[in-house]
Design a protein around this ligand. Sequence first.
Ligand SMILES: NC(=O)C1=CN([C@@H]2O[C@H](COP(=O)(O)OP(=O)(O)OC[C@H]3O[C@@H](n4cnc5c(N)ncnc54)[C@H](O)[C@@H]3O)[C@@H](O)[C@H]2O)C=CC1
Ligand SMILES: O=C(O)[C@@H]1CCC=N1
Length: 273
Amino acid sequence: MKQRIAFIGGGNMGRSLIGGLIAKGTDPARIVVADPYAPTLQSLQADYQVQTVSNNADAVRNADVVLLAVKPQTLRDVVTSLQEQILGTRPLLISIAAGILAADIQRWAGGVQVVRCMPNRPALQGCGVTALYANEQVTEANRSISEQILGAVGATLWVEREADMDTVTAISGSGPAYFFLLIEMLEAAGESMGLSAAVARKLAIETAYGSGFMARESSDSPATLRQQVTSKGGTTEAALKHLEASNVRAIFSQAVAAAAQRSAQLAKELGSA
Ligand SMILES: NC(=O)C1=CN([C@@H]2O[C@H](COP(=O)(O)OP(=O)(O)OC[C@H]3O[C@@H](n4cnc5c(N)ncnc54)[C@H](O)[C@@H]3O)[C@@H](O)[C@H]2O)C=CC1
Ligand SMILES: O=C(O)[C@@H]1CCC=N1
């Protein structure tokens, strides 16, 4: 990758993308990170040898791409305060903020091109997934650069309607937390039934990993794979009957809808939507 990338915000997600990019061979000299929190910068520098600065404008100065990785609530102030710098060099802006519309960011920045995307934390291990959205003003070249950057840390896909980003956020952006919760719950169940914490955790994690890997590699649907584990009159059936009777599908569907609604609400609270 030839572009010089400035990360504005080096928190959980900034770190995941930086770590993933460097693991996939991006030259650390091409990455600069700005964050007001000195320990964050120190640990990013120590772990990845990237350049770090405490001032956002300094990071943007020589960047081809500015990757906005601050909280949605901070984004407006951050972008507005960088407007002069951005209009000077006109970098491509890529936002990973939940909820915030591309047009709002574009307006706050003074009109440069903005690609909005939703990656997820497994980007750190190179196995994330990112949905990207760009309006008609974004050039093919900038679409391609965005896809290259996010594609270095996992799968990518484009959505045509920006409203779909709320659903994407609820599924794959927040999704790792749902799977971590499931791991936690399996671990707790194993422990409550007498396994050591270490054994219960190992069983839960390896099972999640194996199931995800298998679902990804197999040509069978997840439903078919589930049925293959479920012997008639057997143990899995006993567990799944209990889950279905507890309305787990409806509960999950409502939970994902709540996340999508929150994404849409963020756009209203913090932007012009
Ligand atoms: N955590 C996740 O799994 C995902 C988060 N996102 C999005 O990524 C963005 C960042 O989220 P996280 O990394 O989880 O948050 P975080 O709180 O871990 O990181 C935000 C970073 O921004 C820094 N910061 C605060 N004010 C700043 C300023 N004025 N200038 C520069 N940096 C500043 C903070 O010191 C912090 O290091 C959010 O907009 C979120 O919606 C998107 C996908 C997944
Ligand atoms: O919880 C959040 O708002 C962010 C966006 C997706 C994952 N984390």
